[in-house]
Design a protein around this ligand. Structure first.
Ligand code: NAD
Length: 371
């Protein structure tokens, strides 16, 4: 049996040696899974076709993106089919709006229990330490972003889940082409965050080829949202400027005025995530795609804001850590493959973004008085 298996794998590796084609050796067919759990584990999982809707678990769900994603998925699949999880205590509105479970992604058994008991079919893995926070605590970032990811991959492979893991513009580095940055190019990031995300992309694709894991990954640009706080990334300034502009009419930016970075409004980001998760496997020529909407500098963003809030004063006090990170990241993101393969299209450009953010943050009265 073992010899037959190794023959099968050798043959598959030979015929797919270029790595371009999907080498699908499923967990079941090779009779062992990444954690040496018997193939019976897969027997207990629910295949997507057995249910009307996917049953979704979101890890790290109390961060900038998770609550909004849960809201959107619950509208689509029903409130009880989307479970938020995190290690933090949920605010009461989040707690009362749908299922919430404590889950530390470093606790493998607990994760497996949640997946089994709730018959999870889709896993959206949002837990992470972001770029600036990660640089301030490398060993924790390594644990959460790398060890945690290994747990997630194993659970997903063993239980036949569709797994979404976001990557980032931070998965590129100073030696990558920066304007624009294509899907496939040199990736030598200089942050633990970036290194862990390249690792996630490669491990996810490896599990896809090796075990047939339905791994899906989008490289998000900096995400801008009004009703959730950013979690310590390099693009946080582009959220904070709106809050400070409305509250105080002043903003001190921690990046240079000419620092150009790719950005996206949260509604586009969450819709892209759902579209990628729902895309038929046969249209996906890759498992990791860039997605983009717009690209701007702090100066350009301030200028657009000043059209609606003419009194806004912006000063610059550069944070050398964040600036060095931003200087190594893409300025423009080439997302033509996502547009071609599964029809990605953004809705929000810079003027709509600014108008929507200000409306949300409740600046209508200021805009009226400015006019
Ligand atoms: N927000 C962005 O601009 C952006 C851009 C690119 C990629 N991403 C990616 O999207 C995902 C979500 O981003 P976000 O902005 O919501 O992040 P965030 O930092 O706001 O939230 C991350 C969450 O992970 C949780 N977490 C930390 N350690 C954990 C552990 N051991 N177990 C379980 N949960 C744990 C935290 O409590 C937090 O709620 C991340 O993977 C991030 O890398 C975000």
């Amino acid at each position: 049996m073992a010899r037959a298996l190794s023959k099968l794998v050798r043959h598959a590796l030979r015929t797919h040696g270029c790595g371009c084609e999907s080498l699908t050796v499923s967990v079941r067919s090779i009779s062992f899974s990444p954690r040496q759990v018997t193939s019976d584990a897969g027997f207990h999982s629910v295949s997507f076709s057995e249910t009307d809707h996917p049953k979704v678990l979101i890890t790290g769900g109390l961060g900038q993106l998770g609550v909004g994603l849960a809201k959107m998925l619950r509208r689509q699949f029903g409130k009880n089919n989307v479970i938020l999880s995190d290690i933090r205590k949920p605010p009461s509105d989040v707690y009362h709006n749908g299922p919430f479970i404590y889950s530390d992604i470093l606790d493998y058994k607990n994760l497996r229990e949640i997946v089994v008991n709730n018959r999870i079919t889709w896993l959206v893995h949002y837990s992470a330490l972001l770029s600036a926070v990660g640089e301030a605590n490398v060993s924790l970032a390594r644990d959460v972003n790398i060890t945690g990811l290994h747990n997630i991959l194993d659970i997903a492979a063993e239980h036949g889940l569709r797994l979404f893991v976001p990557s980032t513009i931070g998965a590129f580095g100073p030696s990558s082409p920066r304007n624009p940055t294509p899907d496939l190019c040199i990736q030598r990031p200089r942050t633990i965050y970036g290194v862990s995300k390249v690792h996630a992309e490669l491990m996810g694709e490896y599990y896809h080829h090796r075990y047939g894991l339905d791994f899906r990954c989008l490289r998000y640009p900096g995400i801008i949202s009004a009703d959730s706080q950013p979690g310590g990334g390099t693009t946080d300034y582009a959220v904070q400027i709106f809050h400070d502009a409305v509250k105080t009419g002043k903003f001190e930016c921690n990046l240079r005025p000419d620092t150009r970075l790719p950005m996206m409004y949260i509604t586009d980001c969450l819709r892209a995530t759902l579209e990628m998760m729902e895309a038929p496997a046969e249209v996906l020529s890759m498992r990791t795609y860039n997605i983009n909407a717009m690209s701007f500098t702090p100066e350009e963003l301030a200028h657009e804001l000043q059209k609606l809030l003419p009194g806004l004063q912006v000063t610059y006090h550069i944070d050398p850590v964040r600036q060095a990170i931003a200087d190594s990241w893409p300025m423009n993101f080439d997302d033509s493959n996502a547009r071609k393969d599964w029809g990605w299209k953004h809705d929000y450009d810079l003027p709509e973004l600014v108008q929507t953010m200000l409306n949300f943050i409740g600046s209508d009265s200021r805009i009226a008085s400015a006019n």
